[in-house]
Design a protein around this ligand. Structure first.
Ligand code: FAQ
Length: 316
């Protein structure tokens, strides 16, 4: 019986029929999705912190409004994604508990500090750029609620990417000091952005099954290569230099070759030992604790309204 259900499930996947919350699904499919979507949601929420750091210091009102809107969008993305994950049977409180206790992961990229205004440019350009590369295929992921949530997320991410690139362009057309600040931001954000795509394919335990279930449409290395290929010409327009002496066009492959990624650094950051891991997690735990009274008040209000409604129905 079980085998039959699994075969039917895989046949639906092959026919590109979306899997919906009430459909039968293998337990491992549910768990894999829950892991990926909740991690993705946490990344959006923790991802608000590095940029939030610069809202009060944006150089002018236009920049401030755009950055504020971007960070607000990220909160929205987190909320759509938590909602999508909830359809798989885990409560939001439980997901947050896993984040706060360090059990759940979030993207390595958000454990690096934002030292200058140019970092806002580099994050939009590179981090959102990498996020789009990874997330556009997720609009076609096999699980319906995740795929639908990603459509709006990707539209907004593409605004974020342009917002960041425009900051870089402005700095690069500015004074020598501004251009140097942009180069410094590129130097610091390049490698962590490349690491965002995750371990190499031969070191990625989840990829094979996730590709079979069409949760993932491209492997980590395929997406990383696509990102590098499109980013090189954008860097040339800026007049900046990617900090990789091995970066070179390979005519026979039709792709750029690039240097070796520092996997030790990646593993350390994922294991909680990056430059800002503690700071990021503390900020989230503190926000959760400080928000307790709001949750209590909202729950009390909802109960009061429900009681009122019940009383008036009884009276009628
Ligand atoms: N950081 O077997 P794989 C954004 C973990 S959103 C930390 O290859 P998988 C928007 C992985 O979880 C950015 N951990 O795993 C924004 C797994 O551990 P586990 C987030 C990582 O799932 C922009 C282990 O390594 N995007 O940027 C990372 O098949 C600007 C083995 O790896 C998403 O979450 C990493 N970089 O592939 C917000 C997109 N990479 O769970 C604010 C959806 C891997 O077994 C500002 N997620 N790991 O303990 C995905 O596409 C996939 O989950 C991957 C990883 C590609 C991230």
């Amino acid at each position: 019986m079980e085998i039959n259900l699994e075969e039917q499930f895989q046949a639906k996947i092959e026919q590109e029929i979306k899997i919906e919350p009430r459909d039968w699904m293998p337990e491992k499919y549910r768990k894999t999705l829950l892991r990926q979507i909740s991690q993705h949601a946490h990344s959006e929420i923790v991802g608000m912190l590095p940029e939030g750091n610069w809202i009060t210091r944006a150089p002018n009102l236009r920049r401030k409004v755009a950055l504020l809107a971007k960070v607000q969008d990220e909160a929205g993305h987190g909320l759509y994604l938590y909602s999508a994950a909830e359809t798989l049977g885990m409560s939001r409180d439980q997901m947050l508990e896993e984040l706060h206790t360090g059990k759940a992961k979030y993207s390595s990229i958000f454990n690096y500090p934002t030292l200058t205004w140019a970092d806002m440019g580099a994050i939009g350009w590179l981090v959102d750029g990498a996020a789009i590369m990874n997330q556009v295929p997720l609009c076609r992921t096999s699980y319906g609620p995740y795929a639908r949530a990603m459509v709006r997320v990707c539209k907004e991410e593409s605004f974020h990417q342009r917002q960041g690139y425009e900051i870089m362009l402005t700095l690069c057309k500015g004074s020598e000091a501004q251009k140097a600040m942009a180069q410094d931001a590129l130097n610091r954000w390049w490698w962590p952005s490349i690491m965002m795509f995750g371990p190499n394919d031969d070191n990625s335990p989840n990829s094979a099954q996730s590709m079979k279930w069409k949760i993932k449409r491209f492997s980590n290395d395929e997406l990383r290569q696509k990102f590098i290929d499109v980013t090189v010409s954008q860097t040339e327009i800026l007049g900046l230099t990617i900090p990789d002496k091995d970066l070179k066009w390979n005519e026979s492959r039709g792709h750029y070759d690039f240097g070796t990624i520092n996997w030790e650094e990646f593993n350390n950051v994922v294991a909680g030992k990056g430059p800002c891991n503690k700071e990021r997690l503390n900020a989230r735990v503190k926000a959760w604790e400080n928000g307790a009274w709001v949750r209590d008040a909202a729950t009390a209000y909802a109960e009061k309204r429900a009681n009122k409604k019940n009383n008036s129905t009884e009276a009628a």
